[in-house]
Structures are given as structure tokens and as C-alpha cells.
Design a protein around this ligand. Structure first.
Ligand code: 5RP
Length: 225
């Protein structure tokens, strides 16, 4: 099975998994990226079963609308039943690195609101220790150099993702070679740097469940404690 076939399988499995939650007033949170795109395409098949979606990026909002799915503003929503999104890496505690698609801030906001976070990945994303994938950090543009110096003090090597402006008008620093032994602590530490909007560690609000596509089928993973 190719990586794309594994992504397709988890996207379809995610729709089946959330189907019992879908009611006429249900709002679904939808992530960003190639796996999330396949989920959106599969979700279109059950669009008559739920009310609307909240999107984690402009790209996702457009794809949802193209399928005829109503996209609503998060501020008009009291509850998101479930959020489905991909990840760049996950560990056995279902802590994630996200932001490869530069949508980390809106992704983290939607994940925070959602009652359940279902992460959809293929098996290439599984790691024991987070950090092989460079950690994305969204930064207010005028603070870019200052934040880069502070991130270097934490032991990482920040690289400016040139030419990328987030949906919020900010820039991305990708932090290479960061030793992430305590993801929850590091998430908070980076957030405390003035000028940082969000970082791509999802450890304080991890996934509740990971659906992982493997060559042998889809595995359902929970925190290994
Ligand atoms: C976007 C993300 C994506 O979820 C992450 O990059 C995974 O993407 P893909 O499904 O294309 O591998 O965090 O900001």
C-alpha cells in the first residue's frame, strides 16, 4: 500500500468513526493538509447528516464549500463535537507536531474547542521522540529575529520559512534539531516567548485518538500511558 492509499484509508475510517456523532445540529471541525483534504472529500458523502463545519484554514474552508458543506465562523458556534486533522508526527502519548501546512494556530484553536480530537495519519508519522520533523512556530513578523534568537537559546536551529504568510498574516520559523524530551513543558516555554503566536506542539491538548493507516489496514491508537 502506498502512503497515499494509507491516507485515503484513514480518511474514510474517520468518516465512519464520526458518523454516530452526526446530527442535524452537529458542527464538525476540519483540519488542513493532504490527509485532511481526503477526509473532506469523504465527508462530503455524509454532508446531509450534519449542520456545518468550522475550518482550520482558508484552503480547507474553500474545499468544504466546493463540496457544498456550510462553513461557519467559530465565534458563532457553542460546541464542536469532533475535530479531525492530520499531523506531521505523533508519539505514543498522542502528542503531535503540526504546522507543516502553516495552519497550526487555527488548528490549535479548533482542537481546543472540540470535544474530541481524531488525528488521521499514515504510519510514517509515528515516532518515539518528537522532533525529527522541524517544529513550526508562528511568529508576529516584527519579532522574527528576536524569537529566532530565543529559540536558539532553547537548543534549536530556527529556519525562516521564506515566502510563507499564514492566514493570520504572520510568519513561520521551523525549528530544527530541537530535543523534545518534555513536550508539554516545551510547548509552554515556547509560547512564553514574546512575539510567538503559537507553536506546533500539541501536547497540552493532544489527540484523543489516532487513526493510523498501515499497509495492513487502519489501527486505532490511544495514549499508551
Ligand atoms: C497543517 C498540518 C497538517 O496536519 C500536517 O502538516 C500533516 O499534513 P499531511 O496530511 O499533508 O501530511 O499540521 O498545518
Amino acid at each position: 500500500m502506498t502512503q497515499d492509499e494509507m491516507k485515503q484509508a484513514v480518511a474514510e475510517a474517520a468518516v465512519e468513526r464520526i458518523r454516530p456523532l452526526l446530527q442535524s445540529d452537529t458542527v464538525v471541525g476540519v483540519g488542513t493538509g493532504s490527509t485532511a483534504n481526503l477526509f473532506i472529500d469523504a465527508l462530503a458523502g455524509v454532508k446531509h447528516l450534519f449542520a456545518a463545519a468550522v475550518a482550520s484554514s482558508e484552503t480547507t474552508a474553500q474545499r468544504l464549500r466546493d463540496h457544498g458543506i456550510d462553513v461557519v465562523d467559530l465565534n458563532s458556534v457553542a460546541e464542536i463535537a469532533v475535530y479531525v486533522d492530520g499531523a506531521d508526527e505523533f508519539n505514543p502519548h498522542l502528542h503531535l507536531i503540526k504546522g507543516g501546512g502553516a495552519a497550526l494556530t487555527r488548528e490549535k484553536i479548533v482542537a481546543a474547542v472540540a470535544k474530541e480530537f481524531v488525528c488521521i495519519v499514515d504510519s510514517t508519522k509515528r515516532v518515539d521522540l518528537l522532533g525529527e520533523f522541524p517544529l513550526p512556530v508562528e511568529v508576529i513578523p516584527m519579532a522574527r529575529s528576536y524569537v529566532a534568537r530565543e529559540l536558539a537559546k532553547l537548543g534549536g536551529m530556527p529556519i525562516y520559512r521564506e515566502g510563507v504568510v499564514t492566514d493570520n498574516g504572520n510568519v513561520i520559523l521551523d525549528v530544527h534539531d530541537m530535543e523534545i524530551l518534555d513536550p508539554k513543558a516545551l510547548e509552554q516555554q515556547i509560547n512564553n516567548i514574546v512575539g510567538v503566536v503559537t507553536n506546533g506542539l500539541f501536547a497540552r491538548r493532544p489527540a484523543d485518538v489516532v487513526l493510523m493507516g498501515t499497509p495492513d489496514g487502519v489501527e486505532v491508537l490511544r495514549d499508551a500511558h
